[in-house]
Design a protein around this ligand. Structure first.
Ligand code: TXA
Ligand code: MG
Length: 350
């Protein structure tokens, strides 16, 4: 298939291209589009054939449910069987924005879209291109992140092209996304609300609105069958081609540990990459040293992480070491993605 490319900004939306994207979606096609978190790969949520195409284009297992994106608060009721008081409070506080809410689904919503589950994940993004496209496409757009399964979520349209060119009908380039990590997911179908995926809407903020919220585990325990989890968590995520290890501890020890590894790998002829911060970018002797921003600026680290992981693949890093981050606030989302990318390989130095 020939992929159509469009380019626009939130300030200057190209109405003609949005109309075309809407037409493609309404007749069952797929469109990759920017949101404030990461790029999504959209299809009509009420069309089971569209959902099947999404799984095929991504190479994603079809038991991994999709998020339904809406562009009006009241549309929550068209996909959720019951909109609870908590759901209303969260929607009012955080929508449009980077929060996904899980509720029981309405029977009309195809099981193909929810990966066979009787619940539905709903999100109302704030990106203006996303909102215009969802509206043009009929109002209910199922969309996972627009990457091939297992790769980091795309923060730039060029990464959608790398992963999906020729596999989707259209890719809308809206520039670099603002946040860079996927939405927070909160499950409201149990007695206590629980976070299934940490993100920019932090546990602290959710507690302010709902009171009692279970923070969920930093990374899901894959061996605990009883632990609540998003089905997607059991799959390999974001993993770069090189071996990624997180190194945690006092900075002088971290520096010494990583530099020793670098010299060992160099003698083995392996290129080594380091994910660090502005404060430490000059202390490593690695072939590839990438700063994700200042340690003071967690949002920068969140925005740059997936780009850095992709760049290491392009540059052939065989071994990658990442500094560790505080697991509070947005740092919790950063550490969650890093731990998944590293297959939970973390070294603690005393
Ligand atoms: O920021 C985001 O959420 C991005 C943008 C495009 O909106 N989307 C995104 O979708 O990250 P995806 O498919 O890559 O991740 C969605 C996660 C998966 O782990 C999936 O298993 C989980 O949400 N999920 C979806 N529906 C669910 C449900 N009904 N119950 C539990 N988990 C669900
Ligand atoms: Mg994803």
């Amino acid at each position: 298939m020939n992929t159509i490319y469009a380019k626009m900004t939130e300030e200057e939306i190209d109405r003609e291209q949005i109309r075309l994207a809407g037409e493609i979606l309404r007749r069952g096609g797929l469109v990759a589009f920017p949101t404030e978190t990461v790029y999504g790969l959209g299809g009509d949520a009420f069309n089971p054939e569209s959902s099947r195409k999404i799984y095929a284009a991504k190479g994603r297992p079809s038991d991994n449910p999709l998020i339904v994106h809406i562009c009006r608060l009241e549309d929550m009721e068209r996909v959720a069987a019951r909109v609870t008081r908590e759901a209303r409070l969260l929607a009012e506080a955080f929508w449009p924005g980077p929060l996904t809410i899980i509720l029981p689904k309405r029977p009309e919503l195809p099981l193909e879209t929810t990966g066979g589950l009787d619940t539905v994940a709903i999100r109302f993004p704030s990106n203006k291109i996303a909102k215009a496209m969802i509206d043009a496409g009929g109002g209910f757009i199922a969309a996972p992140s627009a990457n091939r399964s297992g790769r980091p979520s795309p923060t730039l349209a060029q990464y959608c092209r790398e992963d999906l060119d020729g596999r989707v009908d259209m890719i809308i380039d809206g520039g670099q996304v603002g946040l860079g990590l996927e939405s927070t997911i909160i499950d409201l179908t149990d007695t206590t609300p629980i976070i299934l995926r940490p993100g920019f809407v932090t546990w602290e903020k959710l507690q302010e609105v709902l009171g009692n919220v279970n923070a969920g585990s930093l990374v899901p325990d894959l061996n605990d069958e009883t632990a609540p989890k998003a089905p997607g968590m059991k799959y390999r995520h974001y993993a770069p081609q090189g071996n990624l290890t997180i190194v945690d501890g006092p900075q002088d020890k971290v520096t010494a540990y990583i530099n020793e590894k670098i010299s060992i790998h160099r003698s083995e002829g392996i290129r080594t990459g380091v994910i660090c911060t502005e404060e430490t970018k000059n202390v490593y002797a690695a072939d590839l040293v990438k700063s994700a921003g200042s340690r003071e600026d967690e949002e920068s680290v969140a925005r740059e992480l997936f780009r850095i992981l992709r760049e290491f693949d392009d540059e052939g890093a065989g071994e990658i070491y990442a500094e560790s981050f505080d697991s509070t606030g947005i740092g919790r989302a950063v550490m969650n993605r890093l731990l998944k990318a590293a297959g939970q390989r973390i070294v603690h130095l005393g």
